[in-house]
Write a protein that binds this ligand. Sequence first.
Ligand code: GSH
Length: 141
Amino acid sequence: MIPASAGIIFLGNAIYMIKFFFKTLRLVLMPFMLLWSKLGTPHGIKRSASAQQEVDVACQKLALYHFKTCPFCIKVRHEIARLSLPIILREAQYDESNRAVLLQGGGKVQTPCLQITNEQGETQWLYESKDIIAYLQKRFA
Ligand SMILES: N[C@@H](CCC(=O)N[C@@H](CS)C(=O)NCC(=O)O)C(=O)O
C-alpha cells in the first residue's frame, strides 16, 4: 500500500509542474501577445471636438485594471482605442498597489476589470471582457 505521505508529495510535485508549465507557456507567448497588442491596435474613431471633450470628461470616471499580455485585456484595450477613449490603464499583474485596490474593491484579482465611478461617487467593478466591451459600446459608440 502507498503511504499517505507519498501521495501528498506526488500531488505537491504535480501541482508544481503544472504551475511551472503555465509559467513557461506565459513567458513563451509574452512577446507574441505584446506584438498582437501593439500591431492589432485599431485607429480611433473621430468625433467633433465638443463630442470628444464630453467623452474625455466621462472617461475620467473610468479606469481599466489589466495585465499587459492577457488576451481578454488586449481585446478590451483594442476596443478602448477604437472608440478613442482616454481611459486610465492600471497594471495589476506586477503592480502590488493596483492589485490590492482591485482585490479590495472588486473582490478578486481577475482582469480585465473596469472601475466605474458614478456622479454620486459610488464605484462599480465590471468584470468580463465581453461585458466591458458591451458597456463601452453602449455608452460611447
Ligand atoms: N472570462 C474572463 C476571463 C478573464 C481571465 O481569465 N483573466 C485572467 C488573465 S488572462 C486572470 O485575471 N487571471 C487571474 C490571475 O492570473 O491571477 C474575461 O473574458 O474577462
